[in-house]
Ligand binder design. Sequence first.
Ligand SMILES: [Zn+2]
Length: 200
Amino acid sequence: MDNNCIFCNQLQHDLTLLDTTENFYLIAEKYPIVKGTILIIPKKHYSCYGAIPKKLENEFIAVKSKVEKFITENYHSPVIFLEHGIEGQTIFHAHLHCLPFNQSLLNIITQQLGNKYTLIKNLSQLKKEFKRLEKYFYYQENNKSYVFEVGRLSPGYIRILFANTLNCPQKANWKTANPNLFTEDLNDLLQRWHSNTNFC
Ligand SMILES: [Zn+2]
């Protein structure tokens, strides 16, 4: 637990909390750029998924596939998963972004970050890459998981990527954006989750 971390301090009783498992929170993104965005967050304070213990892997896989099923069924779209492996984080507590998106961002990401990446299959390989690189950018689409080697990334790189792709730059910075911009999409997700008894 880190006293200065908003994820350590606020999630347990937050309105955006969708569900908990033994070691993870499922949270509706409070400022979603894409409607239906969910965050998977370990309860304990780890810097990124490359730093979480391997013993959480099975639980993590189960949580992730539950989220994928929910998003696919409710937003009728493939799901993309992304994570700042420390670099580019605006909250320094591991969180995986999960969102419905039916375009590939692989070209734009390789244009921006370069094509130095490793395809990985599991958490152990992610942990290995984190140890080797000390920081990374994680991107998953079509069941392929890419760990990019990165230099400096702008804080909130993921949000900027989606805000630019969807042409809504006013939503990029969650700290300065008008919260009203996100209310409707956030409520849509909360309503769908809580009305879907399979997922409560
Ligand atoms: Zn924390």
